[in-house]
Design a protein around this ligand. Sequence first.
Ligand SMILES: Cc1cc2nc3c(=O)[nH]c(=O)nc-3n(C[C@H](O)[C@H](O)[C@H](O)COP(=O)(O)O)c2cc1C
Length: 179
Amino acid sequence: MNEFKPLPIQDSHRLINAGNVILISAQSKEKKTITTVAWHMPVSNNPKLLSCALANKRYSLELIKESKSFCINIPDFAMLDTVIFCGTYSGRTVDKCKEAHLTALPCSDIDGFFIAECVAYIECQLYSMVEAGDHTIVIGQVTCAHAKIHCFTPDGVIDINKVQLIHHLGGTHFGILKN
Ligand SMILES: Cc1cc2nc3c(=O)[nH]c(=O)nc-3n(C[C@H](O)[C@H](O)[C@H](O)COP(=O)(O)O)c2cc1C
């Protein structure tokens, strides 16, 4: 008996994409934006490269091209409303830092800022970009990473008993990891 049923191709990415949602922060000389991103992955260990797929029309992509850098911020479940807000409005028309009451602090290595309310952040220099359909894969080289003290176990993995990251299942569905 065949237990499988066909899925719409449109939904196929949801079978592989339940990683934790991140907030990409990017800035130009005058403007800042914070963009919610679910489509991301590590791509190299040496050098350490991380990537995310940004729709070609995203304001964040424009700012990343200008500043050649971006910051990956890790929100926890308490920030779900902020994640939805930053994933709904564009920085072209809304000052998301101000409207979402987020604290933007300057990064140490890159032309960018991190979000103090998040549990961790990773500073990235733009390494390369790959156009892929209606998105651009933005690859960043990590220059430094910081996490709040309670986030990691002594083995250096996220302590899911203390930090609940947000996993996007698709649409308005979100989940958390459980032991
Ligand atoms: C849960 C969630 C996940 C999202 N993931 C992505 C993504 O991976 N790539 C992307 O380009 N947009 C994604 N978006 C949409 C952008 O965050 C949204 O269009 C945002 O307003 C863009 O802001 P900007 O124009 O300032 O860059 C996501 C939105 C939500 C709510």
